[in-house]
Design a protein around this ligand. Structure first.
Ligand SMILES: NC(=O)CC[C@H](N)C(=O)O
Length: 513
């Protein structure tokens, strides 16, 4: 068979990625050979995948997570187009894993047919290779200003004759109006593919909701396939919820007597922020994204995460007073960690003719290194060790490299080729590697050292936290939610047989151009 489905949403962050992952996990458990797909993603949160030529390429982290839900290795075709915004006006275009161009809205129009063809071809290949492909849309399918050039939402569904479901976040309110409006603004051929709805993040009495679902069916002629409850334990690669102020995940109570407080600076062009989710899997580690200098002062460990725009984000750090707070934190003898772009900021100088094209700018001066940007992008999976024998796995996505260093500087890690990676100088730690804290032994050792430096003598790291097991539990939870709360028989029929005939047209359809 060649089943397929498009999971569209009323808004960003309605739950498309997690619902797609949950459907993938449910099908995988049924023994179905299933793959995820997102034609185009706009995100700075990418995973490194080894392509067919053995070289590293990038796809959105959500698609790598969904591949894990399917029980398969990630593939560049799962997210053929990735747009990485470096500013409000320009994005790097990653096509089948490789950064090929930097575009603005104007140049995107010229490139679009090539991107669409690549995406369509990737989906066709996946549908040949898998029994079912679950496609995730982007934003809302009713972005009427973008419909003409769309190849992610209804443009994709039309091209591949995919049935679509629309997921909406009831916690925000207005879900019935947005479900109805999403359908009613589409043209008849698009509407003919929208089979029904899924309500997400519901808390309360289902009995109260039911009349609304009946009315929605009455006015749209379409069923609601299920109502997913608000699930507090659900957080994984949660790029859409990188809002500041919130504690990441649901940290378990400390193993020892004290918590370790981690403040992660929410850079404007934060990239691979999900790195810090690994720290948050440890009991007693409270990780929070912040833009408040005061919160850095109160934290035990401060993290400068990755950035798609290192020089611009460093300037922002200075303008907001956060740079001074970072320096004060380190001067107070408390631990600091810089990851990729954040690591690059810690050196003496950054020479950047590539990303910001600003030439040489001073860094924070906490490490005796200099960074130079190269037009060629390093994209690879990396393995190595820390502290002699602790295995560490990571991945690298960067243009900047360490061009000057002090030979006496201690590296944080050692690559499998024996070369030093990153640096440790007193309380200051940094590396270009992402994902290193998913390695359990290294994470434990690092957090223990961070607690010691911060004077948190009562903090004890748990001996047995497994990041991989925690990730697997999250994917299972998503599969459970789909099995328990969706009409999986109806969903299966939809996936297997395609758009049901006779779905009614809801006026007015698209407004005239
Ligand atoms: N992943 C990152 O943080 C990248 C850092 C920086 N933008 C570079 O390309 O080198």
């Amino acid at each position: 068979m060649s089943g397929g489905l498009l999971v569209a949403g009323t808004t960003s962050d309605a739950g498309k990625s997690v619902l797609t992952a949950g459907i993938c996990r449910w099908l995988h458990r049924q023994g179905v050979k299933v793959a995820p797909f997102k034609a185009q993603n706009m995100s700075n949160n990418s995973a490194v995948v080894v392509g067919p030529d053995g070289r590293g390429g990038e796809i959105g982290r959500a698609q790598a997570m969904q591949a894990a839900a399917c029980g398969i290795a990630p593939d560049l075709r799962f997210n053929p187009v990735l747009l990485k915004p470096g500013s409000d006006l320009a994005s790097q275009v990653v096509l089948l894993g490789e950064a090929v161009d930097t575009i603005t809205a104007g140049t995107f129009r010229q490139l679009r047919p090539r991107l669409a063809q690549t995406a369509y071809a990737a989906l066709a290949e996946l549908r040949d290779a898998y029994d079912v492909v679950i496609c995730e849309g982007a934003g809302s399918p009713a972005e009427i200003n973008l419909r003409a050039g769309d190849y992610v939402n209804m443009g994709l569904a039309r091209h591949a004759n995919l049935p679509a479901i629309v997921v909406g976040d009831i916690d925000r309110g207005g879900v019935f109006a947005s479900m109805f409006g999403t359908v009613a603004l589409l043209d008849p051929a698009d509407q003919a593919l929208i089979a029904g709805f899924v309500i997400n993040k519901f808390r309360g009495d289902l009995g109260l909701l039911q009349p609304g679902l009946d009315m929605l069916r009455h006015v749209t002629g379409r069923p609601t396939y299920g109502v997913l409850p608000w699930a507090l334990d659900l957080w994984l690669d949660a790029e859409d919820s990188l809002a500041y102020g919130r504690v990441l995940g649901r940290p378990a109570a400390p193993h020892g007597t004290e918590w370790l407080d981690v403040a992660v600076v929410r850079l404007p062009r934060i990239s691979n922020a999900t790195d810090v989710e690994a720290l948050a899997t440890e009991p007693g580690v409270r990780v929070r994204l912040t833009v408040e200098p005061a919160e850095l002062a109160a934290a035990d460990l401060v993290v400068l995460p990755g950035s798609k725009s290192t020089v611009a984000d460093l300037a922002w750090l200075r303008e907001t007073g956060l740079a001074d707070a970072v320096l004060a934190h380190a001067a107070a003898g408390k631990p600091l960690l810089g990851l990729c772009g954040g690591f690059q900021m810690l050196g003496r100088a950054i020479h950047d003719p590539v990303e910001s094209r600003q030439g040489s700018v001073p860094g924070l001066g906490l490490l005796p290194i200099e960074i130079t940007f190269d037009p060629r992008k390093t994209v690879r999976q990396s393995v190595g060790t820390a502290h002699g024998d602790l295995p560490v796995r990571g991945y690298e996505i960067h243009h900047g490299y360490v061009s000057q260093t002090d030979p006496t500087l201690t590296p944080l890690l050692t690559g499998s080729d024996g070369a030093g990676e990153g640096a440790v100088l007193g309380v200051v730690h940094g590396t270009h590697w992402h994902g290193a804290f998913e390695s359990d032994g290294f994470r434990r050792r690092f957090l223990t050292e961070a607690a010691r430096l911060a004077g948190r003598t009562g903090f004890r790291v748990a001996p047995d936290t497994s990041f991989a097991a925690a990730r697997e539990r999250s994917l299972d939870l998503l599969g459970d939610l789909v099995e328990e709360h969706l009409d999986t028989d109806a969903l299966w029929r939809l996936i297997e047989t395609g758009p049901p005939p006779g779905l009614p047209f809801i006026p007015p359809g698209p407004p005239p151009a």
